[in-house]
Design a protein around this ligand. Sequence first.
Ligand code: ATP
Length: 237
Amino acid sequence: MTEGALEVAGLAYAYDGALAVRNVSFTVEPGEIVALLGANGAGKSTTVKMLAGVLRPQHGTIRFGGRDITGAPSHVVVRQGITLVPEGRLVFPQMTVAENLRLGAHTRERSRVPTLMDRAFDLFPRLAERRGQLAGSMSGGEQQMLAIARGLMAEPRLIILDEPSLGLMPKVTQELFRLIATINRDGLSVLLVEQNLHQSLRIAHRGHVLEKGEVVMAGTGQELLADDYVRRAFLGR
Ligand code: ATP
């Protein structure tokens, strides 16, 4: 078993009888960026909530680093090395940048926090300049950077980003994707959940397309970008 690989097999979840995820299987190997793509309602968020221990799968298994974590609660999942940055950049608006970051490290030894904080500020210099600013007063792009930086404070082996580009201007999105590629080059695995096909596949090693709760297509970024079905489903959106 590969150290740090995520293996998802046959996941299913229904809300009050309405199937949101019917059969989702994929893997993320250590050091990979894997994109999970799909339109609104395809089941992307439901899938990542199961991976992060927010929802309990009704079928299927989740293994990480060879360990079965199916149905494990979120605090256990975080300790295993998986961190979810949820959709909607849920930073604490009335707390400062530094306070938000510190919260991200609640599973780490307290003595480790200054090192982690320095690392976050190296990676996100804009947050360093604004460490004393209330998170709620920052721009959407800055709040997204903060949400990711806070996720990194848990020192994950795999970070799951749920629609990080949602609502951001194209230029900010570009900067964000560059940053995601940078944190990946430092060795972190990334599951990138997106509707933004082009930008995601440019940095992802592989992608999976989700439709009505099922993986309907998988391949490398180049393969997916060249595929007729993917073009029809996504281009001109
Ligand atoms: P989006 O990009 O809009 O977030 P998504 O691909 O992440 O879409 P999900 O949020 O997983 O999709 O939703 C999949 C299906 O499950 C949709 O039909 C949605 O309406 C339904 N759903 C999601 N959350 C709930 C909930 N809490 N209760 C009932 N149905 C839900």
